[in-house]
Design a protein. Structure first.
Length: 127
């Protein structure tokens, strides 16, 4: 009985820790075409207070880059690269709304799309 409980506990703890947190939606202001106009964006994330996120938390945003290596039997190499940070504006139990936090962009590789996208991975910043 104890062994069965231990196996079930290990299986469930692995399933919980394997969850991926991502940007699942983006909303932005409509541009009015004014000079020097700032268009604000909100990023919706499937991580909330239940995962330790609260207002003003800083979240790291990562993108998975997959590149084919032509010299190693065309094997694909995946890189998880930090592309920026978000600052939480509002956190509910299982989701959050965040905005872009200033970040040193010159320290990141070149991307096809520099802005955050739906599907980019998110983690709590522990620095």
């Amino acid at each position: 009985m104890k062994l069965a409980f231990l196996i079930v506990t290990l299986f469930l703890s692995h399933a919980v820790s394997a969850r991926s947190y991502v940007i699942f939606s983006i909303a932005q202001d409509l541009s009015m075409g004014f000079e020097n106009e700032t268009v604000r964006k909100n990023y919706y994330i499937n991580m909330g207070a239940g995962q330790g996120v609260k207002k003003d938390s800083v979240l790291d945003v990562f993108r998975i880059i997959s590149v084919q290596n032509p010299y190693d039997n065309k094997k694909r190499v995946n890189y998880k690269v930090k592309i920026g940070e978000l600052k939480v504006l509002h956190a509910s139990d299982e989701a959050s709304i965040a905005m872009v936090n200033e970040y040193e962009k010159e320290l990141t590789p070149i991307f096809e799309l520099e802005q955050f996208m739906i599907g980019d991975h998110v983690a709590i910043n522990v620095d």
